[in-house]
Design a protein around this ligand. Sequence first.
Ligand code: SR1
Ligand code: MG
Length: 406
Amino acid sequence: MKDFTKEYFTMTEQDAADYAKIVLQFFQEDAELTCKEIGDGNLNYVFKVVDERNNMSVIIKQAGPVARISDEFKLSPDRNRIESEILGFQYKLAPGFVPIVYNYDPIMNCCAMEDLSDYEIMRAALMKHKKFPHFADHISTFLVNTLLLTSDVVMGHKEKKELVKTFINPELCEISEDLVYTEPFYDCQRNDVFEGSKEFVRETIWSDNKLALEIAKLKFEFMNNAQSLLHGDLHTGSIFIKEDSTKVIDPEFAFYGPAGYDIGNVVANLIFAYANAKFTIEDDEVRTDYLRYIESTINDTINLFNQKFLVAWDEKATERVARYEGFKEYYLDTVLRDTSAVAGLELLRRTVGLAHVKDITSIQNPDARVQAEKFVLTAGKNFILNRESIKTGEDFVNVFHAVELE
Ligand code: SR1
Ligand code: MG
C-alpha cells in the first residue's frame, strides 16, 4: 500500500479504498470495499468507496494538478482546502443544504464527505424531466443565508475581511474571468461553437459593440465587488437533489464576489433545462406541463429569494446605515441586476465558450440544437442588456417568453 502521509500523488480507485480504510478508518475491520471514480465535473476526481457488507459508504474528492477538462489549466490542488472549508462554513450558515465533510487532508489534497447516493445530480434529473416542488424554497433559503449573512450588512467588517483573505481564490477566479467574462465574446480559439450556430454567434454576439461594453463593465464588477462569499459555480451539476431535500456541492470556485453571481447561475441553468425540454419532448401536453414547472420554479426562486432577503435583512442586519430608509431596497435591486446579468453570461458562455452543458449538447437533432442555442443566446443577451429592469420572478420568466414570441 502507498504511503499517504508524506507526499501528494493522484489516487487510483485502489488507493482511495486503502485511504478510506487505513487513513480515515471509516470502515469496520471486516469491511469488503469496492471503489469507483464517479466524478463527471471538469476539475476533480470523485471516488465512492462502499462497504456492501455493512452498508456503509464515503465519498473522497481529490484535486488533481490540472483540470480534467483540459491540462491547459494548471491549478493548485490547494483548491480542495477552499472547498472543504467553505462546505464546513456553509453547513453552519445553511444547515441541511450542504453535505457533511468528515475530513480534509492537506497532503493528499482531498476531503472525505457524506455519500449522497440516494440523491441525483439535478441536471441529470431535470433532463429526465423530473420535478422537485421544494427546490425553489430550498435554494432561496440557501442563497439568502450564504449570501446575505456573509456580507457587510450582517457580518462585522473585520471578520468579513478575514474571510475575504481566507477565501482568496486567484486561480479559479481566473478561469471564470477568462471562460465567463472574456473568451465567449470574441472568436477565441478555446471557444467551442456548434457548427450550425456559428453564423448566429458571429452576427449577434461577436459583432455587438454595445454588448461588449456591458461585458467589460460586468467583468470589472466580478473582479472588484467583494460583496458576499459565493459558491462561485452554482449550476445544476453542483446540486444533489431528491424529492424533499437539496444539497449544494462543489464550491471550489468560492470567493468574495457579487451576490448575483450565484443566483444568476441557478436561473440560467434552469433555463437550460427549459430549453432541453422545449426542444426534446415530443408530446405537446407533456412538454407544456414540464415547461410550466420550470417556469414556476424560476419565478418562485426569485420571488422567494426577494421575500426572504428582506425579512433576513430586518432580522439580522448589524450595520447601522443598512437601516436607513430605502437602502435595503436599493441593495436588493443591485443584487437582482447582477443576477440578471450573470444569468445572461452563463447562458452565453455555456453555449459559445469552452465548457458546455449536457442539457444542450445532448440534443441529438442538429436543427433542434441550433434552435435551442439561438433561444438561450437571445435570452442571454437580453438578460445582460436589460438587466436594470429585471427584478421579479415574472420579469425573469418574461425574458425568455419574449424570445419565444419573436
Ligand atoms: C476549466 S473548468 C471549466 C468550467 O467548469 C467548472 O464547473 C466551471 O464552471 C468552469 O468554468
Ligand atoms: Mg464543479
